[in-house]
Design a protein around this ligand. Structure first.
Ligand code: FES
Length: 158
């Protein structure tokens, strides 16, 4: 990520034109996978919109993130079907094993966690995705094994 990259990205959008807020945020998200705080401040100055307004708009849309993803990005579905089939238990275990909560990234950058709505695999509830790969009908022990395997792999490669 670089400030130079942001400047060239902003050149696409005329200064002071607030209608370009969403496209500019989408560009940033695509560029870095999240929208850093310093980039929001610079965007606010460029489009002449208060940073607080930008946060308000951006948080309205689920597509925008404000923290980077970890090497292993866990998405836990908390939709109705997954909730009924034990998503809350899986969430407790993930928070405990990863040492982070929804929307956070671990200090070492290995794990990040995102809890959200239906991932589109209700028939296989509960569902967890890791780096976009789906795991359905996931039991607590399977989840524990998955995380343990990743931790083991990371400790070996460290
Ligand atoms: S509710 Fe979890 S995949 Fe649909």
């Amino acid at each position: 990520m670089s400030e130079d990259k942001l400047e060239s990205l902003l050149q696409v959008y005329p200064s002071g034109r607030q209608e370009y807020l969403i496209p500019a945020l989408q560009d940033m998200q695509q560029q870095w996978g999240y929208i850093p705080e310093w980039a929001i401040k610079r965007l606010a100055a460029h489009l002449q919109i208060p940073a607080s307004t930008i946060y308000g708009v951006a948080t309205f849309y689920n597509q925008f993130r404000f923290v980077p993803k970890g090497k292993y990005h866990f998405q836990l579905c908390y939709g109705t079907a997954c909730y009924l089939f034990g998503a809350s238990t899986l969430l407790q275990e993930l928070e405990s094993m990863l040492g982070i909560k929804d929307g956070e990234i671990s200090d070492d950058g290995i794990f990040s966690l995102e809890v959200g709505g239906c991932l589109g695999g209700c028939a296989q509830a509960p569902v967890v995705a890791v780096n976009g790969e789906f795991y359905g009908n996931l039991s607590l022990s399977q989840l524990q094994k998955m995380v343990e395997n990743i931790k083991l792999e990371e400790s070996i490669s460290a």
